[in-house]
Design a protein around this ligand. Structure first.
Ligand SMILES: [Fe+2]
Length: 228
């Protein structure tokens, strides 16, 4: 019996001594792990915040400037903008070329009636610009003025378009140009002819409202053609 007690007693002595050493050690490690975890969490939060701000800073100007609550019809040029009135009626289709795509943001900009994007002569931000969002049938409509060609150049007058949304990345589509423009080449016309309903050189017709009218169709792609 004394031998057994001695054995039990020794076990307890070892257990108590061991616990006094191990438990604080374990708590210290747990505390350290918690601190490390909090630190990592905080660092991740900071990195995420920085990346989010970088993303905002790098957001394309036409995306950052896009108004909220866009409709399918937009005025690019107000009534005081000099130039011949032009109505561009467009439609956006999926890559299959057949399915209309709703909820695509269509950004358009072009030169004014003197061939300039801005009063200062720079390109951005273009003074004559606007946004629309395609309706359920993929349709959009811009009311603007007919752009003029760049002064002193042989480039046809044109309208630039950038599209994004509805699951499609931001992307350029063909510039809209106009039949009868002296700078439209036979090659441009041949390309337009081969593009069928997606031809980007379009006829202009005078409407009953006195404005010029044209139609254009675009096909969105799954992969952006922007480099950034
Ligand atoms: Fe241009």
């Amino acid at each position: 019996m004394p031998y057994l007690w001695r054995r039990i007693g020794l076990r307890w002595v070892f257990a108590v001594v061991g616990a006094t050493a191990v438990i604080p050690f374990a708590f210290a490690r747990v505390g350290e792990a918690a601190r490390v975890s909090r630190s990592i969490h905080n660092q991740a939060a900071v990195i995420g915040f920085v990346y989010a701000r970088m993303g905002e800073a790098q957001q394309a100007p036409e995306v950052a400037s896009a108004p909220q609550n866009l409709s399918s019809r937009a005025d690019i040029a107000g009534p005081d903008e000099p130039g011949e009135r032009l109505v561009i009626s467009g439609r956006v289709f999926a890559p299959d070329g057949e399915t209309p795509v709703a909820e695509i943001t269509v950004y358009a900009y072009h030169t004014d009636a003197t061939g300039h994007y801005t009063k200062s002569g720079s390109i951005r931000p273009p003074r004559v610009q606007g946004w629309a969002k395609t309706d359920a049938e993929g349709r959009f409509e811009f009311h603007t003025i007919r752009p003029a060609a760049y002064p002193g150049r042989s480039i046809p007058a044109h309208v630039h378009f950038i599209l994004w949304g509805a699951g499609y990345p931001r992307q350029w589509v063909d510039e809209l140009r106009f039949e009868g423009d002296p700078f439209v080449t036979s090659r441009m016309l041949a390309e337009a002819a081969s593009a069928g309903k997606f031809a980007a050189v379009r006829p202009l017709q005078r409407g009953a409202d006195g404005a010029l009218h044209c139609t254009v169709n675009f096909r969105v792609q799954r992969i952006s053609n922007f480099k950034n």
